[in-house]
Ligand binder design. Structure first.
Ligand code: NAD
Length: 401
């Protein structure tokens, strides 16, 4: 993953005439923290925090708990966070953390001990103006609340701005749960406006009707009356219904812990069939690397919206663009989450709690600007949207250094 991330930066760096020294600057990580956490039960877990760049503001990025976490992956994700915060122009840098662990094998007590010990190791290097971590894969507001408490006990900080993704009663922001899905709706709608396609009917299918995918559907149903969901899947597969599916009904069904392949409507489809289904927009909200050179030719959609991180690999991206399909890149399409994290941090520093309307208005305005800048850069520089987003981000990073 690190190699692929570096290759993307090098390729775009060359296109915008950067010197090898400038490209090297973008690739470098400011600080790496790699350590071992020893639990009372005798288990040892490798832990990481990579701080890529703070040239534009404090490091920002999630902490994931996963058995396959490794330093290369965390470094790549930290680099991508610096690029994402720069692409959407929020005054934060990029970092990422992780612990090599399967949290499902821990008791609640062990999970809390692990989370607190992670903060004990890192407390000198993180904080409201240094590095502001957040949840990621397998970490949630409950874990973040423990981490904030530990950080406060160790440092005396009372701002709550040391982490984002806290629970609502403990300094979290309104709208954070829906932010990534909402951001996806805003980005797609704004892009369609720039392309002169606004107001037209369109159909879409969602791969991965989980947190991000379901909010995308629910918010699109509320705010974009001409968009119609016709397909949705989870890890079990799902359904296609050409006359339309109701996101709220699928959401209720999922909340009953049922699998979408058992949904009582439409035609049953597999995840591979979803990719080739007859939709205008394919929303990828499950996993990375689901569209590759092996299946890119199956896609019929005109747009692919990357809500997951890296669902279209580099080779497939090239093939899709050749097929005339517009890929809306993750760095822009799923940035709603980090934007509302930024808004949570601002509220904490100011000791305020904003209304949902205020949070959503600010999210909309930041994304509207980001889409305009990246779309215009793609036209001016004859680049696809991913290259344009990276070019905008890299240029901003270098200007700040
Ligand atoms: P989630 O676990 O709530 O949802 C993931 C969904 O994908 C589930 O419905 C699951 O059944 C489905 N899924 C899993 N494997 C699948 C497969 N092989 N084929 C089809 N569907 C499959 O996770 P989430 O929080 O919604 O995140 C989804 C993606 O978005 C992840 O890649 C995540 O890294 C990325 N992301 C999330 C956020 C955020 O704010 N949550 C922000 C940026 C990016």
């Amino acid at each position: 993953m690190l190699h692929a991330t570096h290759q993307q930066i090098k390729a775009v760096g060359k296109k915008i005439d950067l010197t090898p020294e400038q490209i090297d600057k973008v690739l470098q990580v400011n600080a790496r923290h790699e350590f071992e956490i020893l639990l009372k039960n005798g288990q040892k877990h490798n832990a990481y925090r990579m701080q890529h760049s703070n040239a534009r503001g404090p490091y920002k990025g999630g902490i994931r708990f996963h058995p396959e976490v490794n330093s290369g992956e965390v470094q790549a994700l930290a680099t991508l966070m610096s690029l994402k915060t720069a692409a959407v122009n929020i005054p934060l840098g990029g970092g990422k953390g992780g612990i090599q662990v399967n949290p499902k094998l821990l008791t609640i007590e062990e999970l809390e001990e692990l989370s607190r010990k992670y903060v004990q190791h890192l407390s000198p290097h993180i904080g409201p103006y240094k590095d502001v971590p957040a949840p990621d894969v397998n970490t949630d507001p409950r874990i973040i609340d423990w981490m904030v408490e530990e950080y406060e006990d160790l440092t005396g900080d009372t701002t709550k701005a040391s982490f984002t993704g806290k629970s609502l009663g403990k300094g979290g922001s309104e709208g954070r749960d829906a932010a990534t899905g909402r951001g996806g709706v805003i980005v797609l709608a704004e892009l369609l406006k720039h392309m002169g396609l606004s107001g037209k009917k369109l159909t879409y299918g969602i791969q991965g009707f989980g947190n991000v995918g379901s909010f995308f559907g629910l918010i699109a149903a509320e705010e974009q009356k001409k968009w119609q969901m016709v397909a949705a899947t989870d890890s079990s597969g799902g359904v296609f219904e050409k006359n339309g599916l109701w996101p709220a009904e699928l959401d209720d069904f999922k909340k009953q812990k049922k699998q979408l392949r058992h949904y009582p409507a439409g035609i049953k489809i597999t995840n591979e069939e979803l990719l080739s289904s007859d939709v205008d927009v394919l929303v990828l909200a499950a996993l990375g690397d689901v569209v590759t050179s092996k299946n890119a030719h199956l896609i019929k959609a005109k747009f692919v919206l990357e809500l997951a991180n890296g669902p279209v690999d580099d080779k497939a991206h090239e093939l899709l663009e050749k097929q005339g399909i517009t890929v809306v890149p993750d760095i822009l399409a799923n940035s709603g989450g980090v934007i509302v994290s930024y808004l949570e941090w601002l509220q904490n520093l100011d000791d305020k709690h904003w209304s949902l309307t205020k949070v959503n208005t600010k999210l909309y305005s930041l994304l509207q600007d980001a889409v305009a800048t990246i779309y215009n850069a793609s036209i001016d520089k004859h680049m696809n949207l991913k290259e344009a987003a990276l070019a905008v981000a890299i240029t901003r990073l270098l200007q700040a250094q």
